[in-house]
Design a binder for this molecule. Structure first.
Ligand code: PLP
Length: 376
């Protein structure tokens, strides 16, 4: 009865685990949730104040589809200052979350049968969006050290887009310049687009963020995706954006005008303050994430568990040496620890599991204790 389009995708595995964990918690079980994908810090007060002020000032009506001019200007300024990218407001659209920017961009670029290259493992939503657009997902596994992937071996005349995310969810990997350069060469040689999801750009412990859009020849070929969810702890506010060629942005705006219209008006005003305001709290958040990551790595090293080298974001992807769905279910049922199965993120990492350390140090300690008992 429901459409082929929606039947092509299954409910998000990450949300399913979170729901199961919440249910156990409601039953009074001492659940440690290592599955969440959002910072466990409050939204900074000055951003909340800005939203409140906007509402009190009556900024509660429809806005332009692409977003209010002040926010488009602020994003354009941020992209230039921080990323060295020259995207004027015409080349930017504000969306209800980065997720919707990804969905919109893929719907606007991909036709039935077009091939889209995803690095395996990748964040779950990329595959779902490609399938809903009628595209074909081509998975490319990483090399052993997770710094490269043989993308070049998977390009065909039908390839239209390569999607990647750095720092990566679920790997935590920050891709080196050599990988960005390779993507650039492939995109230019084969006339492809690259979607660069940069949502974790500020949460980096080693290395630095560089946008692939800043490489020669990539301005016309990159769709930069970003948002405020992770950097400013604003997941529930639903505010993100895309920057790309004007024709792509215009197509996205057409779709947006007939679907969600635009993100909430006062959230857009608050986002201007977030981007232009004092950024010092980000350093504190990143220092805390780093301390937690170090703790987690030390604990996993002691248990002899292999993992991808996490240089950013707030995830560790570890090899548990058995079916990840079974492992996650048993670990939740028997030890009350919620984790996310690697099977959700692609095809080749079925024995891997994602741990999110967007949770307290005491929870991480407790999880390590339970993991030690669980694996015996
Ligand atoms: N991109 C990646 C890689 C993510 O992990 C997430 C959220 O988990 C998003 C995008 C979505 O962010 P938003 O809350 O802005 O939709």
């Amino acid at each position: 009865m429901t459409s082929r389009r929606v039947n092509a995708v299954s409910p998000s595995a990450t949300l399913r685990i979170s729901e199961a964990a919440k249910q156990l918690r409601r039953e009074g079980k001492p659940v440690v949730d290592m599955s969440v994908g959002e910072p466990d810090f409050p939204t900074p007060a000055f951003i909340i104040d800005a939203a409140y002020r906007a509402m009190k000032e009556g900024k509660v009506f429809y806005t332009p589809t692409k977003g209010i001019p002040e926010l488009l200007e602020a994003i354009s300024w941020k992209l230039k200052e921080e990323n060295g990218l020259e995207f004027p407001p015409e080349n930017i659209i504000v969306t209800p979350g980065a997720k919707y920017a990804i969905f919109e961009a893929i719907m606007c670029l991909i036709d039935e049968g077009d091939e889209v290259i995803l690095l395996d493992p990748s964040w779950v939503t990329y595959e779902a969006c490609v399938l809903m657009a009628g595209g074909k997902v081509v998975w490319v596994s990483h090399d052993e050290d997770f710094r490269d992937a043989p993308v070049e071996e998977h390009i065909t005349p039908k390839t239209k887009l390569i999607v990647f995310n750095s720092p990566s969810n679920p790997l935590g990997v920050v891709y080196p310049d050599s990988f960005l350069k390779k993507l650039r060469d492939l995109a230019v040689d084969h006339d492809l687009f690259v979607m660069s999801d940069e949502i974790y750009e500020k949460i980096i412990f080693e290395g630095e963020h560089k946008s692939v859009a800043s490489l020669d020849g990539m301005f016309e070929r990159t769709i930069v995706i970003n948002g405020l969810s992770k950097t400013y702890s604003m997941t529930g506010w639903r505010i993100g954006y895309a920057a790309a060629r004007e024709d792509i942005i215009k197509a996205m705006a057409r779709m947006q005008s007939h679907s969600v219209s635009h993100p909430s008006s006062f959230v857009q005003y608050a986002a201007v303050e977030a981007i232009r305001g004092d950024q010092s709290f980000i350093g504190d958040m990143v220092a805390e994430f780093k301390a937690r990551r170090d703790m987690l790595m030390e604990g996993l090293d002691e248990l002899g568990i292999r993992y991808a080298p996490p240089h950013g974001a707030f995830y560790v992807f570890m090899d548990v040496g058995e079916d990840s769905l079974d492992f996650c279910e048993r670990f939740l049922r028997e030890s009350y620890v919620a984790t996310t199965p690697g099977a959700a993120f692609g095809k080749s990492y079925n024995s891997w599991v994602r741990l999110s350390y967007a949770t307290s140090r005491s929870n991480i300690e407790e999880m390590l204790r339970r993991l030690k008992n669980f694996i015996g």
